[in-house]
Design a protein around this ligand. Structure first.
Ligand code: CU
Length: 125
């Protein structure tokens, strides 16, 4: 039992959170878009989906000490790479996840290495 299935409910929660972004207002339902076995420890994280070359939600607010997990739903590989070098995921293939802890308050901008137009921000409060 080293793997857990990332249930649709988690994805829905992440997407509902994403609805606070104006970019999400008119998108079609994507429930079930992304259901992959993920490593233990991913549940309990705040999840950012990588979908259609965007981070969803692009702006994420968490509390100091929270973990954030990026999950790639695209066919194309992506990364989560901090602009200032605080973290750098490996290239994430479809269904791959990357988890980063945020122990300190601050604003962290990040991007995707192969696709620099993909940007996001983690605001730790
Ligand atoms: Cu990318």
């Amino acid at each position: 039992m080293s793997k857990l299935l990332l249930a649709v409910g988690w994805v829905s929660a992440a997407l509902a959170y994403g609805c606070f972004s104006e970019h999400q207002a008119a998108t079609a339902p994507v429930e079930g878009l992304c259901s992959f076995p993920v490593e233990e420890g991913v549940p309990g994280s705040t999840i950012v989906l990588i979908n259609k070359f965007t981070f969803q939600p692009a702006d994420l607010r968490v509390r100091a000490g929270d973990r954030v997990t990026w999950i790639n739903c695209d066919q194309d590989p992506h990364t989560s790479t901090a602009d200032a070098g605080e973290w750098a995921s490996p290239l994430l293939g479809r269904g791959a996840a990357f988890t980063q802890a945020f122990p300190s308050v601050g604003e962290f901008s990040y991007h995707c290495d192969p696709h620099p137009f993909m940007t996001g921000r983690v605001i730790v409060e």
